[in-house]
Ligand binder design. Sequence first.
Ligand SMILES: *Cc1c(COP(=O)(O)O)cnc(C)c1O
Length: 396
Amino acid sequence: MSNKVLNDFLTNNLEDLSEKGLLNTIDVIEGANGPEITINGKKLINFASNNYLGFATHPELIEAEVEAAHKYGVGAGAVRTINGTLDIHRSLEKKIAEFKGTEAAIAFQSGFNCNMGAISAVMKKGDAILSDELNHASIIDGCRLSGAKVIRVKHQDMEDLEAKAKEVTESGEYNKVMYITDGVFSMDGDVAKIEEIVKIAEKYNLITYVDDAHGSGVMGGGAGTVKHFHMQDHIDFQMGTLSKAIGVVGGYVAGSEQLITWLKSQARPFLFSTSLTPGAAAAALKSIELMQENPNYVDKLWENANYFKEKLQEIGYDIGVSETPITPVIVGDESLAQKFSQELIAHGVYAKPIVYPTVPLGTGRVRNMPNAGHTKEMIDQAIEVYEKVGKNLGII
Ligand SMILES: *Cc1c(COP(=O)(O)O)cnc(C)c1O
């Protein structure tokens, strides 16, 4: 027997979502999430994962995970502060700090709960957060949870940032002011203007927080967007995820010793949620070691991405303003974007549509993430499909 009020709520709202075309259907991958995937028995070239370096299926990461499971078991057994900090967690955090060029780091169970925990551990009622309007959902939720006044800044608009920073600091109404931004924006692939941000932040005394989920493993030889601009000493929070290029799961903040000590005593997901599995910690650690030892992974990612982007442009597609491997193919109309994706998938290329409200109205696109695991043959084959489908639909 279920509750009638709940049932009515669900029935009405599910119908509403369905009518608006907002009810998502979730494809099930049969087997691993590699450069090629199988869905409904059909093999597809996969351009929809964040597995930038192909590490999700890397044999050395798998071995590290299995070894750790044998040594430590499958679960950490408790939250970090009570009884769940294993030496493998400490090793991972040391490695992250070394890689990022900071004094210390803290690991969380996911990037999402890292943002929820880290922002609200520092920013409080009486503070203000200036936030790029295209920031990730986990930043938006983390800001809300903090109780600070949230002020949206126009996307990558440094004049707007400076004007708002000036207004907020001169008002004298707030105890602390933070600027928070994605390092690489996931829908367009543009890169945060870290150098200009640092200048403005230093002028107005802003705390700086860069979420580098899509920059880690991609920019700065893998160490991220902040390192790319040599700004490790000028950004207070270098946040990132272990689930995208790193290939595993988890999130982290790298920063000063004092900041990390504070987060370890105040960030609620750290205090009240069981720590990363030992296997995940060991695999993530191995992933960073591989990037440090061998630049070929990151180089291969960029080589594939540049080749793919060049070919798409050659056959006449609009790929927007991306400066990173994230490659949107912008078609404009929302239903055309949906149809485009369906046709690509029917022809063997798995690329998903992204439409309003995730991106502005009239900028519907399919988004591609070429990765280091793709072979040239896979990319060439995908380009052939793009050409055929684009011509059939009158896009090119
Ligand atoms: C994916 C993503 C996250 C969340 O990371 P998870 O580890 O998947 O929870 C946070 N911020 C940004 C910008 C992201 O793209």
